[in-house]
Design a protein around this ligand. Structure first.
Ligand code: HEM
Length: 163
């Protein structure tokens, strides 16, 4: 029986990975569709990144140029919410925890990340119930990125590890 806290195929804990992302259990529309598709995801991520830009806790963790990360996050979100797997076509397997090793992320940063994402959803007019549903799925993922106390390699990983 695999450990539910260990990363599974998508790089998130098996327990979180087991959550139905691509579609609703009844075969209804995906979260991606319910949010409003590609345009809506782009607007939400852009809003989130502009909040990161002005945030005293998160800004120092991110690189000087926020553009490449924002583009990757947009592609990833579309895929993770049940849209096309555009992120993996370009960058391979998400391996999210591994890709965050170069950045020191503590619980406070994870909490702030979630708070700013919630704010971005609100500011982009996402309906309360839908926003809560999405945040409930993001919560475990954000906490899974916490690595501040871990003995993890901090050097830039290089693309060969990321495929
Ligand atoms: C918990 C707090 C988090 C912090 C402080 C954080 C920080 C970062 C930083 C600094 C980068 C690098 C950006 C760049 O290279 O330009 C990054 C990349 C990324 N983050 Fe996060 N992140 C967090 C949580 C998350 C969560 C919950 C998700 C998924 C929903 C996520 C998805 C991504 C993706 C897809 C990338 C791009 C990875 C790549 O292909 O290189 N992050 N994050």
């Amino acid at each position: 029986m695999p450990d539910p806290n260990e990363p599974g195929a998508s790089g998130v804990p098996r327990a979180a990975e087991a959550l139905p992302i691509a579609g609703e259990p009844d075969g209804g529309p995906s979260l991606f569709e319910r949010l409003g598709g590609r345009g809506a995801v782009e607007r939400i991520v852009a809003r989130f990144y502009s909040l990161v830009e002005g945030d005293p806790i998160l800004r120092p963790i991110f690189p000087a140029d926020l553009t490449p990360g924002r583009e990757k996050q947009t592609l990833f979100m579309e895929q993770w919410l049940g849209g096309e797997p555009r992120y993996s076509r370009l960058y391979g397997h998400p391996r999210l925890r591994l890709r965050h090793f170069p950045f020191v992320i503590d619980e406070r940063a994870a909490g702030r990340w979630l708070r700013l994402f919630a704010q971005a959803l609100r500011e982009e007019g996402v309906e309360e119930a839908l926003a809560s549903e999405l945040l409930a799925r993001l919560g475990p993922l954000a906490h899974h990125m916490v690595n501040a106390d871990g003995d993890v390699p901090r050097e830039p990983l290089g693309e060969r590890f990321l495929q």
